[in-house]
Design a protein around this ligand. Sequence first.
Ligand code: 8GP
Length: 834
Amino acid sequence: HAGPHVGPMFPPTHPVANAPVGTPPPTVDGFVREFLHELTSNQGVSLERSTVNDQYLALAQTVRNYLSARWIETQKKQRTTRPKGVAYLSAEYLLGRQLGNNLLATGLIDIAEEAMKQCGLDIAVLRAQEVEPGLGNGGLGRLAACFVDSLATMNVPCIGYGLRYEYGIFRQTFVDGQQVEQPDTWLALGCPWEFAHPEHAIQIDFGGTIETYVDADGVERTRWVPEWNVLGIPYNYMVPGYLNGRVNTLRLWSAEATKAFDLAIFNSGDYAQAVRAQTFAENITKVLYPEDSTPQGKELRLQQQYFFVACSLRDYIERVLGPEFDLHELDSRIIFQLNDTHPVIAVPELMRILVDLKGFDWDEAWAVTKKCFAYTCHTLLPEALEVWPVDLLGRLLPRHLEIIYRINEEFLDEVREAFPGDEMRIRRMSIVAEHPARAVRMAYLATVAGCKVNGVAELHSQLLRDKVLPDFSQLWPEKFTNVTNGVTPRRFLRLANRGLSELISSAIGTGWVTDLERLRELEPYAEDAEFRSAFRDVKTRNKAKLNEVLIARDGIELGQDHMLDVMVKRLHEYKRQTLKLLHIVTLYNEIISGRLDPKTVTPRNFVFGAKAAPGYLMAKQIIHLINAVGSTVNADERVGGVLKIAFPPNYNVTLAEKLIPAADLSEQISLAGMEASGTGNMKFQMNGALTIGTDDGANVEIRRLVGDENFFLFGMSEPEVAELQAKGYDPGTYYESDRRLRGAIDLIGSGHFSGGDRGTFGSIVTNLVTVDRFMALADYASYMDAQERVEKAYADTEEWTRSAVLNVARSGYFSSDRSMRDYIQRIWGTPPAF
Ligand code: 8GP
């Protein structure tokens, strides 16, 4: 790969060392003064009269003041050095709480803690007051948050662009075991981390028609005559690097009406009509679409997508680069990374800007555009690939549709030239699908326009080339590349697992926080009994903390001294939460039918966390079943408490930070060839859980790194899955021939978990036995075997700990810093700036 040389990351320095000139070093006294000042001047209350929310806001303000000086400094330097930067375009950022991370990044954790103590406050209580911004669904959104953290830490200029949803991912509650969605009112008590800039509002157009005209030079040109518009208001968030003085920007857009209010109509007494335009406009950023891995063909969603990329392109071109900049050189200053297909409408938008507004001729504009975009695909599910009906596009963005048609025409000419006479291929590859209805395939548009296309783990990138986009990879093999996902060790190890972090640092120093490969130096400690014992103590303490959290949060009490077996991720059939359930129900069934003595079973807590898309009925039924099995098994005295099932509602980043450090066993059990990568799998490994998993997504790379002896592999491989599918898969044969499996499924079907009602979970049972699209039954026996190996291994405490330590020691590759280095070398060409 030709790319710039990326040297070692800048060594972390103490923040004081590179604080802006004139900034006094932080002291506890100074911090107390600042905090009290914020409390009185911003919240307008005295310490004695303040609420926890006041205190949290004042503390956040104090940290924010400290960061904003560095933020301004970063921008100032960038204006003079003009480096190439990354614009990460993502409809989702699942940020998690900000306070702890920002304290960590500034090196202020201890000072702030002591300062709060001197004020008579417990910083943990203040931190718990923060509501996390849930502006994402799951893996894709959390990945974006990890990436911007890593770029800041690695000193790479980056702007994250996205949407400021007024309501993020819904808050999940359970009513009689069934999911009920509540609005996520994350802004209700104020968000201290955002900076609104209404004076930089950008007008975004929609609808209308296109017309041709002859310009001053006699050239025939096209222009868009839009019908309506809204304003995009930027809200800026600081993205601090870890102890390096850099603060990058996350810019999220909020929609407002151009004309908020019609006074004449209001005065006439029609109040609803007077604010109609406002309501209409503000709907664009009202809520996050709670869909994960399914496209939502909703007009409002297309509005959101166009709104945010149009704002972002205009912002970068007009405000960051400025009117003097020669846009022919655009790729020297920016790469727009498309996080899945949600932002792909940016491609025709850039073409429109260059051709219609800046007077480029088409070929010139296309040459620039092709160099400025790169596309990351995050899925393998064919039904998850976004497609926009031509009718809708034409109505909402008529000029963009026309541009897409022309891109397609020229692209298909290129295909014709490469494969003369192959009309089938032309039809397969067309950006515009003709059946079932005319529609634009956004993944194809992204592939045609992008300078690079990447998958998110080795297996995924290979399947992307071979199965999802085979015609494209044949035409342009050099366009395709892989960047395996990663996660930020700052949030998911240093911050979430303070005990383990301190243990690691006491053994190998603190360098691992920004150079995670250094965890390798822990390998010899796996052989050190004292270290292993300390490692176990950390796990035990993390479990105790988790217990406290779950009791306070949900009144859930886990079994004491149980193995902690965790499956947390969005609820999807391909992820196979049902397979996990079949394991649990089998154990339960064997116990209550007297074939298994509970005293011989390793006591386990099974913890689930999962949200189902509100319209995904099967997923919701599976949630219901997990809860039903949980309440039945937990209450059954015959089990003697050895199996304990917990399903805390509303799994989010905050809960992940408590669950993952406490886990012993990480469940990564998707059908091979379905999970693009997974990132939870990496977080568990990094925190010393062992994985039971299929050869899918990044599990493949995890297993290769930790070694077979430190990983519980089971199930079919992807080629085996393909073979079985080709042969014709019949789940019924597995059901018929496996007594334990049949027993478990029959128990569910019998109404045992639904008060005798066979109907409640009938569709799950029928689906499993007759369809089972994700082959849970085919992998069941192998999964049960692997679980038996888990039991045996767990019984040998020293060996288990040894494996756990090696898992941590070999997790360095899964730092998102490494992912960023790969993007820089393979795709972006944006070396660290200063
Ligand atoms: C997820 C993948 O399912 C997961 O394996 C991967 O780790 C993560 O992306 C980050 O790369 N994909 C999605 O969340 C996704 O496809 N979302 C839908 C909107 C397409």
